[in-house]
Design a protein around this ligand. Structure first.
Ligand SMILES: Nc1ncnc2c1ncn2[C@@H]1O[C@H](COP(=O)(O)OP(=O)(O)OP(=O)(O)O)[C@@H](O)[C@H]1O
Length: 741
């Protein structure tokens, strides 16, 4: 690629050492410039045994980086993968654990728990806890027992909201390096009020830890915690690891969390060669992960850190840039005196005239907005316009971005009704395929674990027929028969092996057939070496095309590992799956790139605003900009708050974090709900900013007046943007009529 650095980019590329912060705007070329800098440093500065470490947030970015650095190196006639490693925090942590000889022992025994199984366990523990502590759970409840909706909401609290709250807190505890038993006792003997909300989470956390220890499992937070501990406890080890990397780069630094930052500091060692690139105005993962945009903002303000801003972007038309910049100014004005700063004062600039690539210059004013009477009218309009746009010009790409997945599904249905086609951004079959194979492999490593067996039926054999009673059947069978007898029956397997009562189930035949398939896998598992087993399974689950290519690649990876570790069995190989997954993803991305799947102009891309990050389209529709999604003041509905809980714990996570803060640091909470609300307001503005900055030429914003009880208004920010659009359009129209005269 012909890459001519722009002002801002040049200064970054001149970097040769020390601590650097690169705040950037959307489309400024963060990935491109980091990749170029890495290639330059590899060529000019590094010995063959030195390396750059690039840490990024998402798996998909790993592939992207490799490709770009590889391209830059190849242009200079160098091997594509020399001198750098690209890792996510988790693969980095895993690598560190493996480097520690004494910890290698853990490595052979531990297995990573995947997120769905983790949640399944936590829910299970919550269920047990609430069975024994129903009164405590009721205590948080704000509805009277005789309220006709009591049962409905209590069930929701017990079954869904309480477990999600506990799951989020467990991750939070771990990143704060807390231990279950210790925390539980701290809460117990503290002077927190008796109905504190921290207690239940701490108690369940202790149980969860015990259960994980018992089964030798680690979760992702453990991985991070563990590796940090290894680095901190052993300075010699830490410097040995740090010595492997001459430079450390961090991409998407606005999404960093405390643990990641700490790790980067340790790894950048004495040389302290650290480059962090990010855009705090695009920090949109805070409310459901532990990342904190303040971390990058503070880094930029440190004295020892040089700051180079990249503010030029060639992505969008000047009109779209103006709208994005207006949102920055508006939010500064609107929220400044409320102590909120959703967007930092940082304007996007178009490329200067001297740049070979200019911003798109479509004819006329190409931004519109509309308020609809209700959601059905809005979704019909969005679907029809998006389909029309996609058909109108085959070279241009079109996307509809919505705040929630549910709204997207409804738009997808409308598009289908119109005979249009769509593709869902960010979701792809290749991920689900990996999970399928992983689930089967996991089952084969430990076939007598009931969880593994159940997972097969939850994920792979799901009887989709209308009167499926498979779940009930499974419960009954597992109650009456040992799993051992079920999967290895002495007398072979046929329907006579089951009682009449079980044979009467509607799903019985389906169940029996599935069981026969499972037995076939088990037999193959005994006979075949693991790499061949993968191919065998791929054939049995009838994979083709890209999925088959992925399976073949997995088999190759297994084969490679087996060559290095000839004594390894399937269980050791499946323990490597998380690391292999990363590599397979990259392979999948390459396949996708080769097929040019992402940019399919005659399809409408559908994405949530969150998943749209990092993407761009010629035409972007953003719908559903209502007050329940983009809050402004206390009259609005705030997700995360449960109206059926007492005011003190209405936002359980915020309340618990405040209680923990008090417990650990004796900090009296100012008003945790208010703080949580402010953070949410700010993050939702940034989400809209991310959406707007995805558009190259055409942008359409919409909202509706009524969907249900919650959605009473278009969002306040929608009104502000609409007013701006209206006057900008009028100004442009009068300018062009003047020119015509
Ligand atoms: N100096 C340059 N010359 C030509 N093209 C450039 C230059 N810098 C960046 N680009 C192009 O601009 C586009 C955006 O770059 P990139 O994806 O790296 O941006 P980004 O900052 O990561 O964007 P976002 O913040 O929206 O995720 C890419 O297509 C890239 O090739």
């Amino acid at each position: 690629m012909d890459f001519r650095p722009r002002p801002g980019q040049k200064e970054v590329l001149a970097y040769r050492g020390g601590q650097l912060a690169v705040p950037a705007v959307p489309g400024a070329g963060k990935t491109t410039v980091l990749a170029k800098l890495a290639a330059d440093l590899i060529i000019e500065q590094l010995n063959p045994d030195q390396k750059i470490l690039i840490v990024t947030y998402m798996n998909s970015a790993v592939a992207n980086f490799r490709k770009r650095i590889g391209d830059f190196l190849a242009e200079q006639g160098l091997p594509r993968s020399r001198g750098y490693s690209v890792k996510t925090l988790h693969s980095l942590a895993l690598g560190i654990i493996k480097e520690k000889p004494a910890a290698r022992l853990i490595n052979q025994e531990f297995e990573l728990i995947d997120s769905s199984r983790r949640y399944y366990w936590i829910r299970d523990l919550c269920r047990q806890w609430s069975a024994a502590n129903r009164d405590r759970l009721v205590n948080y409840f704000n509805l009277e027992k005789n309220n006709y909706q009591f049962d409905k909401y209590f069930k929701r609290w017990q079954e869904d909201d309480f477990p999600s709250y506990v799951a989020a807190m467990i991750a939070y505890f771990k990143l704060n390096l807390l231990q279950g038993e210790e925390l539980k006792n701290m809460v117990k003997y503290s002077n927190l009020r008796s109905h504190n909300i921290l207690g239940p989470a701490a108690e369940i956390f202790a149980e969860y830890e015990a259960r994980m220890n018992q089964s030798g499992l680690l979760d992702f937070e453990d991985l991070v915690q563990h590796s940090l501990k290894l680095l901190k406890e052993d300075a010699e080890f830490a410097s040995r690891i740090a010595d492997q990397y001459t430079y450390i780069f961090e991409d998407e630094a606005q999404d960093s969390n405390q643990a990641q930052e700490e790790m980067l500091y340790i790894l950048s060692g004495q040389d302290n060669n650290l480059v962090r690139v990010g855009d705090s105005n695009q920090a949109i993962t805070g409310t459901f992960t532990l990342s904190d945009p303040q971390i990058f903002r503070s880094y930029c303000q440190q004295k020892s850190v040089e700051v180079e801003t990249m503010a030029i972007s060639s992505r969008s038309s000047q009109d779209i840039i103006d709208l994005a910049n207006y949102l920055v100014d508006w939010s500064q004005q609107e929220f400044g005196d409320r102590g909120i700063e959703p967007l930092e004062k940082k304007h996007i600039k178009a490329t200067p005239a001297s740049d070979p690539i200019s911003n798109p210059e479509p004819v006329g004013y190409r931004i519109g907005s509309q308020l609809f009477d209700d959601w059905p009218a809005e979704k019909k309009f969005l679907a029809a316009q998006a389909v029309r746009k996609a058909r109108e010009n085959n070279q241009q790409t079109t996307a509809v971005l919505m705040p929630t997945g549910r709204e997207l599904e409804e738009i997808a249905a409308e598009i289908t009704k119109l005979g249009g086609e769509y593709q869902l951004a960010g979701s792809s079959s290749r991920d689900s395929f990996l999970t399928e194979l992983e689930i089967i492999l996991k089952f084969l490593t430990e076939p007598t674990a009931e969880n593994n067996f159940r997972l097969l039926f939850n994920e792979i054999f799901t009887d989709q027929t209308e009167n499926s009673d498979l779940e009930e059947l499974l419960d009954k069978v597992l109650n009456e028969k040992s799993l051992q007898n079920l999967i290895y029956p002495l007398a072979g397997l046929n329907s006579d092996s089951f009682d009449l009562e079980i044979r009467k189930f509607a799903s019985f035949n389906y169940f029996l057939n599935s069981l026969k398939k499972i037995q076939g896998w088990l037999e193959a598992g005994l006979e075949l070496p693991p790499d061949e087993l993968v191919l065998f399974l791929a054939e049995r689950v009838e994979l083709s095309g890209k999925k088959l290519a992925l399976a073949q690649n997995l088999a190759l990876e297994f084969g490679r590992l087996l060559q290095q570790n000839p004594a390894w069995q399937l269980d050791q190989l499946t323990a490597e799956m998380p690391a292999i997954r990363d590599r397979l993803r990259q392979f999948a991305e390459t396949l996708t790139e080769m097929e040019g799947f992402e940019e399919s102009p005659d399809l409408v891309s559908l994405s949530t605003l969150h998943k749209a990050k990092g993407m761009e389209w010629d035409t972007v529709f953003i719908g559903g900009i209502t007050s329940s999604q983009f809050q402004y003041d206390d009259d609005d509905y705030f997700m995360g708050e449960k109206f059926y809980l007492t005011p003190e714990v209405r936002n359980p996570e915020a309340a618990a974090r405040a209680e923990l803060d008090y417990l650990l640091h004796e900090k009296k909470a100012v008003d945790p709900d208010r703080k949580a609300r402010q953070e949410l307001i700010a993050e939702r503005i940034r989400l809209l900013y991310v959406g707007i900055t995805r558009a190259r030429e055409n942008l359409f914003l919409s909202a509706h007046a009524k969907k249900n009880g919650w959605d009473k208004d278009p969002a306040y920010v929608f009104i502000a943007l609409s007013n701006f659009i209206e006057s900008a359009a009028a100004a442009k129209a009068s300018l062009s009529s003047e020119e015509a005269n």
